[in-house]
Design a protein. Structure first.
Length: 186
C-alpha cells in the first residue's frame, strides 16, 4: 500500500517553503521558459525540482560551484529538461528515453517539472541546506525524493547538524499547526 501523501515530510514544494520561512527566499524557474537562465543568480544556492501538476518534490540539490545556480541549473539541468521536452515533442518515445536519457531527465520531463531555488550566503551554506532538506524529507518516512535515490548524502560529518535542524523544523511546524487549530477553535 502506498504511503498516504499527507504523511510525507516534504511531499510538496509548499512544505519546503514553509519549513524554511524566514531563512531562505524561494523563486521558481520553468525549464520551458527561454529566459529562465537569466533569472538565476551566479552565487551558490539550494534548489528543489517539483512536479508542475502535483507539486511533488522530485529532487533536492545544491549549487556550490564557482558559478553557482546559474551554472548548475541554467547551463545544465534547465537545458537538459528543456531538450527532453523538445525531444518528446519531436516524437521520442519511452524506449528512446530509456536508452538515451539519465533517470533525472526522464523523471523531470515525465513529471513536467519546474525548479524552485534559493540563494545562500556561501557554498558551505548551500551544502548544509541540501543536507537539511534531505534530512527533513526522510524524517519519519525513511524515503527520499524519487530522483535523489541512495544514501550518498548521509555519510558526512554534517549529517548530525542536518538531523538536528530537521528535528527543530518539525517542532516549529507542529507548533504552527497547534496555533492554527487553536485559532480556528476559538
Amino acid at each position: 500500500m502506498p504511503i498516504p501523501l499527507h504523511v510525507l515530510a516534504l511531499h510538496a514544494i509548499k512544505d519546503v517553503v514553509t519549513v524554511t520561512t524566514g531563512e531562505l527566499e524561494w523563486s521558481c524557474s520553468d525549464p520551458l521558459d527561454p529566459d529562465a537562465r537569466a533569472q538565476l543568480p551566479w552565487g551558490p544556492g539550494v534548489y528543489v525540482w517539483s512536479s508542475r501538476l502535483t507539486h511533488q518534490v522530485l529532487y533536492i540539490g545544491k549549487a556550490s560551484g564557482k558559478n553557482g545556480l546559474r551554472s548548475r541549473l541554467g547551463a545544465q539541468e534547465l537545458r537538459w529538461v528543456r531538450e527532453g521536452h523538445e525531444a518528446v515533442e519531436a516524437g521520442a518515445d519511452e524506449a528512446y528515453m530509456a536508452d538515451h536519457w539519465e533517470s533525472f531527465n526522464r523523471v523531470m520531463v515525465a513529471r513536467d517539472a519546474v525548479v524552485w531555488w534559493a540563494p545562500t550566503a556561501d557554498a558551505a551554506a548551500a551544502r548544509q541546506w541540501e543536507r537539511n532538506l534531505l534530512q527533513r524529507a526522510i524524517r519519519g518516512t525513511t524515503t527520499v525524493p524519487i530522483v535523489n535515490g541512495g544514501a550518498w548524502w548521509n555519510r558526512s560529518a554534517f549529517w548530525a547538524a542536518a538531523s538536528s535542524w530537521a528535528q527543530a523544523a518539525a517542532g516549529r511546524a507542529a507548533a504552527r499547526r497547534r496555533a492554527d487549530d487553536l485559532a480556528q477553535a476559538g
